[in-house]
Design a protein around this ligand. Structure first.
Ligand SMILES: C[S@@+](CC[C@H](N)C(=O)[O-])C[C@H]1O[C@@H](n2cnc3c(N)ncnc32)[C@H](O)[C@@H]1O
Length: 222
């Protein structure tokens, strides 16, 4: 199984999420120092200095994307789009997030004005995220706290499905699948001669919204 550890830091996430030893782990982060430590801690992992929103991987390259409390520091909607792109259609995600209580406790610890203003921004951003599933990105800072409602909206909007939550102490864990089960599809079979046993049956899958409606004038008026 090929796994992307998003914002891997020193590389603790595979251990936190109890990934099987055999996984091929790729870790990306923006912090050079943490990455050097990750290379020492996990010599078998492939580590790269790359921004989460802009990864160099091909579409559908990974079976799973994990992020241990790194998503809260990112522009979540943009990062989710990138995560969805690099995942196989059968791919899954596990994210550990910051619940509101984490940001509140950070605020209470803060004494100086500038960090206080920043924490206030994070709280406002968390509220905005809760309501809209989007974040404000000011000068590259998009930190927020996450609620189940907010992350669910953001993930569903990106095309994730099977979204589930669990609590692990102070951490909120969300799981999801890249499979877009929420897109309503219908199968239209054309009236074609019966194919021989090995031939695939021709069919077209169309989103329901795209189905042609019968014009009013052509409808039966009984
Ligand atoms: C709280 S640390 C968590 C590190 C690691 N996941 C762990 O479990 O120890 C958050 C990490 O996210 C990284 N990060 C923040 N924004 C990022 C971005 N846009 N792209 C890649 N990494 C990012 C930071 O450099 C930091 O290492």
């Amino acid at each position: 199984m090929r796994v992307l550890d998003l914002g891997c830091g020193t590389g603790q996430a595979p251990k936190h999420f109890r990934l099987p030893e055999k996984c091929e782990v790729h870790g990306i982060d923006l912090d050079q120092q943490s990455l050097e430590q990750a290379r020492i801690n996990y010599p078998n992992a492939m580590i790269a200095l790359v921004a989460a929103r802009n990864s160099p991987y091909d579409n559908g390259f990974f079976d799973q994307v994990i992020a241990n409390v790194s998503l809260p520091y990112m522009n979540i909607p943009k990062t989710l789009r990138e995560v969805h792109r690099v995942l196989k259609p059968s791919g899954t995600v596990i994210f550990a997030l910051h619940p509101p209580s984490f940001t509140w406790s950070e605020l209470k610890k803060t004494r100086r004005l500038r960090p206080l203003v920043y924490r206030a921004f994070v709280i406002l951003n968390g509220i905005y995220f809760h309501v809209t599933g989007r974040v404000l990105d000011l000068f590259g800072k998009a930190e927020s706290f996450q609620t189940e409602r907010g992350i669910k909206i953001a993930m569903q909007r990106t095309g994730f499905s099977e979204i589930g939550f669990e609590r692990n102490g102070p951490r909120c864990i969300v799981r999801g699948s890249a499979y877009a089960a929420n897109i309503e599809t219908s199968v239209l079979c054309y009236n074609v001669p019966c194919p021989s046993i090995n031939e695939p049956i021709p069919f077209v899958i169309m989103p329901k919204k795209c189905r042609k409606r019968t014009p009013r004038s052509h409808r039966r008026s009984d």
